[in-house]
Design a protein around this ligand. Structure first.
Ligand code: ATP
Length: 233
């Protein structure tokens, strides 16, 4: 298994946000994590990416414990995150933002400035402009490109469609098949269930810090998802 969480608990100080999370991601797979506001989706992404520290054995990468590694060490192993809210470096140009993503680059891989500009041609046009001067959707493309510059084998995407117009969301999600063609696995965190079911091989639903449902999109009924998302009656 490329990535496995093993009864993962996480939180902030004494506040516990995740309780015994078990998820698995195989090489090349696309997983969607769905759930309401505050369900713990971002906390799960922060735990996997090493932004939040964990017990070593709670997260396994290719069978090896990585839960206690730093975010930089995890990036170096090929797990890159597109954080919620994009978090571009405000004083840097589009191209400088992308180059920063390449600093902890893995040796081999598909991605370079050129292939990212081929993926999102508008970024080539705007490469010299401050990243934060771009539209929301274009900034999201920069954030995705910045993560890809590390040549990840697992890309974590935290709410990449949040606050964007449907036509822009479509453009962003159109990049996903091309990212997967490189062999990378992807986890998308999505509040939009339809979008999640459309792109994912498998879905996990979180509610109040626990996995309440998992399966392939074709096996999950609307009612089951509704109950797992909002709680049963
Ligand atoms: P959203 O869609 O709102 O981002 P989420 O499913 O990603 O929701 P998290 O952001 O992981 O949920 O939050 C899970 C819980 O942890 C919530 O109760 C939230 O209030 C709490 N929380 C999140 N970040 C922090 C923090 N930095 N400090 C303290 N509590 C936090």
């Amino acid at each position: 298994m490329l990535l496995q969480t093993n009864s993962l608990d996480a939180g902030y100080g004494r506040f516990r946000a995740l309780f015994g999370i078990d998820i698995e991601v195989a090489a090349g797979e696309c997983i969607a994590i769905i759930g309401a506001n505050g369900a713990g989706k971002s906390t799960l992404m922060r735990s996997i990416s090493g932004v939040l520290p964990n017990a070593p054995g709670m997260i396994l990468h290719n069978g090896e414990p990585i839960g206690a590694l730093s975010a930089a060490a995890i990036l170096k192993r090929g797990i890159a995150m597109v954080p919620e809210g994009r978090k571009l470096f405000p004083s840097l140009s589009v191209e400088e933002n992308l180059l920063i993503g390449g600093q902890k680059r893995r040796g081999s891989g598909a991605w370079s400035l050129q292939t990212i500009y081929d993926l999102f041609p508008i970024l080539r046009e705007k490469r010299a402009l401050p990243g934060t001067s771009l539209s929301g959707g274009q900034q999201q493309m920069v954030a995705i490109g910045r993560a890809l510059m590390s040549n990840p084998e697992l890309l974590l995407c935290d709410e990449i469609s949040l606050g964007l117009a449907p036509v822009v969301i479509r453009d962003i999600y159109a990049a996903l098949p091309r990212i997967r063609e490189t062999g990378a696995a992807v986890i998308v965190v999505e509040q939009d269930i339809t979008q999640a079911l459309r792109v994912a091989d498998r879905v996990y639903c979180l509610m109040e810090g626990r996995v309440t449902l998992s399966g392939t999109p074709d096996t999950l009924t609307r009612d089951a998802i509704h109950d797992a998302y909002f709680g049963g009656h």
